[in-house]
Design a protein around this ligand. Structure first.
Ligand code: SF4
Ligand code: SF4
Length: 485
């Protein structure tokens, strides 16, 4: 609340009309954030080491000899936790995506952008890897600014070449890791160790990824979070007044004012001494004292900086802290609001559906479709026959033998163009053609539903429903219409 009684967040919203990293002419303002330090930063280093260890180690992890995670979009093969998934599992994928979306929404409504600050690979690489190398080679923000302005000389050239060489090496490492998640560690190793001419597409893929990561972390930087990341752009609709975000306690901090040794006793001041350290450490160049902003990636650097100032001036820490708008304004942190309870309920239902779908997921996907352009045939011995294309997808890592039988109606029989047992190789697909025939007298409707059972080791693993087309008689037509209704 301002001293004149107006709400702090409506005090002066002009800063929202522009972004801190672009000037009035639309030119990029380069951010030189001061080196962060403090308790939260130390915790972020630990989390980063663990997460990057997992990220770089992931391609080497296997479960029963299969990759821990493989997302091969080129061959449309996916392995998650050692389990193969196929494009045929698109229903499962759709449920996973919806569940993920609701989870992200719920998580953001309650905890704001914790993901961005602590878990997002972009922030981790930018702030905890590339930025640290920059500090190591070029020094803290003032030295970087000075180096940028000074004319080229041996010292500047040495620093710049060293920095960008290390940046390129790390970008190469990230590119190889991403590739390993897509085509597997062995294939990536083969491409990396063979001549580019032997595998041009793989080589250009690696070069392309390296260029993207280098460009992202060396030049594009915070703009990825501000202007590109869809999650960042969604914050405006996901965050609510009860969301816990990195926030400045304006009730405690305002009115801000510089600390003077002989402060006049008549003007009571807030705890903010307007030292602007929270602004100087911000990697997106914003002033968190203006309120929650789209650019804030919740990196916690301003919390650490301000806590340090508070300790020095003998005030309690937490002028900038994880807090919601309502908790600062009303002093109450509401966690389980009706909206959160509603999201929790939807999430529980989705997790239930997802668990059921995974538990009942079949190892084989069978598709039976009528051969295009065919209807039915009458045989001279009094049968009606239909011709079908059948496709078996073996979703497992083992070869499998299948046979297919008619479950109902009992009058239908099945004939295959190949042998009775169908061998499907591990992760393979087999296509076949089958006939189904029914004695003409038994065909009472224009469309008879036939149930086919797919068996492995005499155990039914899947049931497939197919339509059998018969001649349209008057009675069958009525029957068929009733069926449709
Ligand atoms: S670091 Fe703290 S005291 Fe300094 S300007 Fe920011 S909020 Fe105010
Ligand atoms: S405002 Fe604070 S938490 Fe947000 S990006 Fe800047 S330094 Fe990080």
């Amino acid at each position: 609340m301002n001293t004149d009684g107006t709400d702090f967040y409506s005090y002066d919203d002009q800063f929202r009309d522009s972004i801190a990293t672009v000037d009035e002419k639309g030119k990029r303002i380069w951010v030189y954030p001061k080196k962060p330090n403090g308790n939260l930063h130390k915790w972020r280093i630990i989390v980063t080491v663990v997460l990057l260890g997992l990220l770089f180690g992931g391609p080497f992890l296997t479960i029963n000899g299969k990759p821990f995670l493989l997302l091969n979009f080129f061959e449309r093969k996916f392995v998650i936790l050692g389990q193969p998934f196929w494009p045929q599992d698109f229903v499962l994928l759709a449920i996973v995506l919806i569940t993920l979306f609701v989870f992200i929404t719920l998580f953001t409504v309650v905890f704001g952008r914790i993901w961005c600050g602590w878990l997002c690979p972009q922030t981790l690489f930018m702030e905890m890897v590339f930025r640290k190398i920059e500090y190591w080679i070029e020094g803290d923000a003032p030295s970087q600014r000075k180096l940028d302005k000074q004319p080229w000389n041996a010292n500047k050239a040495f620093k710049r070449i060293s920095k960008h060489t290390i940046f390129i090496v790390i970008s190469l490492l990230i590119a190889h890791t991403v590739m390993a998640y897509m085509i597997g560690i062995n294939e990536t190793y083969r491409i990396a160790t063979s001549s580019p001419a032997e595998n041009l597409s793989g080589f250009f893929g690696l070069v392309g990824f390296t260029a993207i990561f280098y460009g992202l972390f060396a030049r594009f930087r915070e703009q990825a979070c501000i202007a590109v990341c869809p999650y960042g752009r969604l914050q405006g609709v996901l965050l609510v007044k009860d969301s816990i975000v990195v926030a400045y306690d304006w009730i405690r901090g305002e009115p801000r004012g510089h600390l003077k040794k002989s402060a006049a006793p008549e003007a009571p001041k807030g705890d903010c001494i307007d030292c602007k350290l929270c602004v100087h450490v911000c990697p997106t160049g914003i002033d968190i004292r203006n309120g929650t902003q789209l650019e804030c990636v919740n990196c916690t650097a301003c919390i650490d900086a301000c806590d340090d100032v508070m300790i020095k001036i003998g005030k309690p820490k937490g002028l900038i802290r994880y807090a919601s708008y309502t908790s600062i304004k009303e002093g109450i942190q509401k966690l389980f609001t009706p909206r959160v309870i509603g999201y929790c309920f939807v999430l529980l239902v989705l997790v239930g559906i997802l668990s059921f779908t995974i538990a009942t997921r079949s190892d084989v996907k069978t598709t039976v479709l009528k051969v295009p352009g065919t209807l039915y045939q009458k045989t001279t011995d009094g049968f009606i026959t239909n011709l079908y294309n059948i496709e078996f997808v073996n979703k497992t890592f083992d070869d499998i033998e299948l046979d297919i039988r008619v479950e109902s109606p009992s009058s239908a029989t099945l004939e295959q163009t190949s042998g009775k047992l169908i061998k499907v190789k591990a992760e393979g697909i087999v296509k076949n053609v089958i006939f189904i025939k029914i004695p003409e007298k038994q065909v009472v409707t224009a469309r008879t539903v036939i149930l086919l059972g797919v068996y492995h080791n005499n155990e039914r693993i899947e049931t497939v429903k197919v339509k059998f087309i018969g001649p349209v008689t008057k009675s069958s037509d009525v029957h068929s219409r009733m069926e449709d209704e």
